[in-house]
Design a protein around this ligand. Structure first.
Ligand code: BES
Ligand code: MN
Ligand code: MN
Length: 456
């Protein structure tokens, strides 16, 4: 432990400077205008892996953005940890809400403000630096492989193909990912599950052109009104989702599991204050933790139609659209849910409009084991670095690769995240605490140490 702390202390500024350099690449995978920056970010990651001491570093081409691979095999008879992360980030919009530019990392109050600071550059880069630390101090106790992708934020479409084609290269005993949250630094936690995702877009079309809302209004169905009604009908008064069959496959938690989950510290007042809301909301009969971690949901991610420019324009729009996502829990599958949604949405469409549903991407839910050697190693590492036992929680977000690794490679994952829900992932002013960054670099070598020890 002293060796680890000393190394971090001796390299403090450089560890931060390098992360800042990584954060300056606007590697937004969703928007093609950033393509050169995404590619440059991949090259930077590859260079840093090489510098840290990795072998076989390769920027592997895919049909989309490349996957950066690198490894260090010290002894084939030792266990192998596969570290996964993503160098792509969400779009920074709306730009005007950022207090400092999203791709010019700025420190305020001990926190790094930048798009990707927490999700996931700040977090995966801790692994690159922890690896460097282990190499430099001669303490790498097991084999390590890195796989850092560039399409996580857009559904990891090419990753499945890569994994299938590289089964031997990716062979490992466990996947280690830092791309999730902790409750707080005072209450370290380990996520033991992730929700799945079904994402689609809907379009409601009324008349064949935008109409004068005075000349035609009242006689022709307005697609925006119809879309709003259709969407509103997807939840009942108890905030249950009304799509027939939607809950059929949902695994209900046992009373003991619910009690364990709800034992985690949760401050409702703090939660509301952080979000500036008067009340929390959700499915009747469930707590906030249960709602985000164990229950499926349906959200509108964006909705538009008609005139949204400056001033006013009296128009009855021809079309209205929405992007809708559903978070899924164990036993639900994205394919089946996408179909249920599509059938239902077309069925509730009134005859005076046309409705189109276009699926985007999906991911399957996962629950990670808590009785494995790897999970125990993570528990021990966190307990030692934080001076407290981690609390198991269920994450509300999705990382599609986790289910895929399990299905294709038969490898389970440990989700050892160091972010906070309040780090504003995907929002303006995303941040990552410098403390968490160093704490992560300190905890990761301990994970490897205990994983190697417990595997003996
Ligand atoms: N790192 C997040 C997922 C996450 C965040 C899990 C916090 C648990 C806690 C990841 O980058 C992400 O945003 N995933 C997407 C899914 C993807 C298919 C677009 C998501 O959850 O929306
Ligand atoms: Mn992420
Ligand atoms: Mn994300």
């Amino acid at each position: 432990m002293q060796v680890i702390k000393q190394y971090i202390e001796d390299n403090k500024q450089r560890l931060l400077d390098e992360l800042f350099e990584l954060l300056r690449f606007p590697s937004v995978s969703a928007d093609p205008k950033y393509a050169p920056d995404v590619l440059n970010a991949a090259d930077y990651v590859a260079k840093k892996l090489t510098d840290a001491g990795a072998d076989n570093v390769e920027v592997c081409k895919t049909a989309g953005y490349p996957i950066v691979y690198g490894d260090k095999i010290i002894d084939p008879s030792l266990p192998t940890v596969l570290v996964y992360g993503h160098y792509d980030v969400q779009p920074p919009d709306p730009l005007e809400l950022w207090h400092t530019p999203p791709f010019e990392p700025t420190v305020r109050d001990g926190k790094i403000y930048a798009r990707g600071a927490c999700d996931d550059k700040g977090q995966f880069y801790m692994h690159v630096k922890a690896f460097e630390l282990m190499m430099q101090t001669g303490t790498l106790p097991c084999n390590i492989k890195f796989m850092i992708e560039g399409e996580e934020e857009v559904g990891s479409n090419n990753l499945g193909i890569f994994v299938k084609a590289n089964k031997e290269r990716l062979k490992a005993d466990v996947v280690l990912i830092s791309d999730t949250s902790m409750i707080s630094m005072e209450h370290p936690s380990l996520e033991t599950g992730l929700r799945g995702l079904s994402y689609l877009e809907v379009e409601v079309t009324g008349p064949n052109r935008d109409l004068h809302s005075g000349v035609y209004g009242g006689a022709v169905a307005n697609p925006a009104t119809i879309l709003a009604k259709m969407i509103a009908s997807l939840h009942d008064e108890d905030n249950h989702i009304t799509i027939p069959g939607f809950y059929d496959d949902v695994t209900e938690l046992t009373a003991a599991e619910r009690a364990e989950l709800n034992a985690a510290p949760y401050d409702e007042e703090e939660y509301k204050k952080d979000l500036d809301i008067a009340e929390t909301w959700g499915e009747k009969g469930y707590t906030t933790f249960e709602r985000t971690g164990t229950r499926p949901t349906l959200e509108v991610n964006g909705i538009w139609g008609g005139y949204i420019g400056e001033g006013a324009k009296t128009v009855l729009p021809s079309k209205a659209n929405a992007k809708i996502s559903m978070r899924l829990v164990p036993n639900q599958t994205s394919g089946a849910i996408t179909k249920l949604f599509t059938d239902h949405f077309l069925k509730i469409a009134p005859t005076y409009v046309k409705v189109k549903v276009t699926p985007h991407h999906g991911g399957e839910p996962v629950v990670t084991p808590t009785d494995s050697i790897a999970y125990k190693a993570a528990q021990k590492a966190i307990a030692e670095a934080f001076g407290k036992q981690p609390i198991p929680t269920r994450g509300g977000g999705s990382i599609p690769i986790v289910a895929l690794f399990e299905a294709e490679l038969g490898i389970k994952t440990v989700l050892m995240g160091f972010g906070l829900d309040s780090d504003a992932l995907h929002s303006p002013n995303e941040k990552y605490d410098i403390f968490n960054y160093y704490k992560g670099i300190e905890t990761i070598p301990l994970f490897h140490k205990y994983f190697a020890e417990l595997s003996k």
